[in-house]
Design a protein around this ligand. Structure first.
Ligand code: 5GP
Ligand code: MN
Length: 344
């Protein structure tokens, strides 16, 4: 049996907030991934079962490969629908923030969020939460995913029995995507207890895996080949690798949102490689999006904070640079040089 995760005080506070809520907004971070979307959809489903009116509002769309997830048709986006989304946010009495714990991760939606007078609850597994952003902050950085944490919270709320299959699918998806299909950050036994409980809800985990990881377009597969053959550069005597992707290259391979996902993990298949970095021109703004992945104890998050205006987890972090790719490459070279001693 999994022990309870919330102290009594927090559990009571949460129960009370939920009881008193009527119009709930559930939101996740900009550029939502499987964990952000999965946790939002699962919580929305639970609150809907309780009879609440619930809207999932995300700053920007989720990648196409997550469209199959149950409940995505009702998700609202802030970009291109600013007025409508702002109205929804301002009319909520309660806002749940999932998979982020710093308002800045909402980017363009942050203004509307800060203007709202709703009671806020944060449920998240990122480091360094801003404790002032919500009445209740449930922060557990030791958890592999927000979906794992949300499952534990739902368990504390006594919601397991009535948890729907759809919610179970969403929770499993987030746990799976934030651990690369349970290949990193995934050695805590509780994770597998949760999985076995989710399986009793009738989820098909093999199918979920295929839905997420085996849905490449032919262009996406060729983009992989192109990046690995033509673009990949090694630094620090083969301990680190990086590649760049320009807008023009993305157009050439008919890039769609989500196509970059997973590419940055591939160089880690090289024996002895500790750190992989991708630099990608953003399709909408004049910035370079940076993704970092590492193995063992190499701290990507420290590097992301120090060099890439970002942060994240020990083995998976991100950030962005406000200058051209060529300059971004120099930043990578400097960062790798500064951290080379940690790659031995
Ligand atoms: P990805 O490379 O998939 O975009 O991001 C990996 C992880 O890095 C995310 O789950 C998130 O924790 C973190 N991350 C990505 N971008 C940013 C950013 O701009 N700022 C911060 N603080 N963390 C980020
Ligand atoms: Mn997450």
């Amino acid at each position: 049996m999994l022990p309870s995760i919330l102290p009594q005080k927090d559990l009571f506070a949460l129960v009370r907030i939920i009881q008193e809520s009527r119009h709930v907004v559930v939101c996740g971070h900009r550029g939502p991934d499987g964990d952000a979307l999965g946790s939002c959809l699962a919580l929305a489903e639970y609150l809907q079962q309780l009879g609440k009116s619930v809207s999932v509002v995300l700053p920007t769309p989720f990648p196409d490969f997550l469209r199959w997830m149950p409940g995505t048709h009702a998700v609202q986006f802030y970009v291109h629908h600013e007025r409508q989304a702002t109205q929804v946010i301002l009319s909520a009495d309660t806002i749940f923030c999932l998979d982020f714990s710093q308002p800045s991760r909402l980017q363009e939606m942050q203004g509307a969020f800060m203007r709202s007078r709703a009671t806020r609850v944060v449920i998240d597994h990122h480091l360094a939460p801003d404790l002032s952003m919500a009445r209740l902050v449930v922060s557990r950085p030791e958890m592999s995913s927000t979906c794992e944490l949300l499952f534990r919270v739902l368990l504390d709320l006594g919601a397991f029995e009535t948890l729907s299959r759809n919610a179970a699918v969403c929770l499993y998806t987030g746990m799976m995507t934030d651990t690369g299909g349970f290949t990193y950050n995934s050695s805590r036994p509780e994770i597998y207890e949760i999985i076995s409980m989710l399986l009793t809800k009738g989820i098909d985990k093999d199918r979920i895996y295929r839905n997420v990881f085996h849905v490449y377009s032919t262009d996406r597969l060729r983009l992989t080949g192109y990046v690995l053959y033509e673009k990949l550069q090694f630094l620090a005597g083969g301990k680190a690798a990086y590649f760049t992707l320009t807008r023009e290259e993305m157009q050439r391979f008919r890039f769609i949102r989500g196509d970059a996902e997973g590419l940055v993990n591939m160089p880690l298949q090289v024996k002895g490689l500790r750190l992989s970095i991708s630099l990608r021109e953003d399709t909408e703004r004049d910035v370079v999006r940076v993704s970092l992945r590492s193995v063992d104890d190499f701290p990507c998050n420290r590097m992301a904070e120090e060099f890439f205006n970002g942060g994240g987890h020990l083995n998976a972090s991100g950030g962005e640079l406000p200058f051209p790719l060529s300059e971004a490459v120099r930043t990578v070279e400097r960062a790798v040089e500064a951290y080379e001693s940690l790659m031995q």
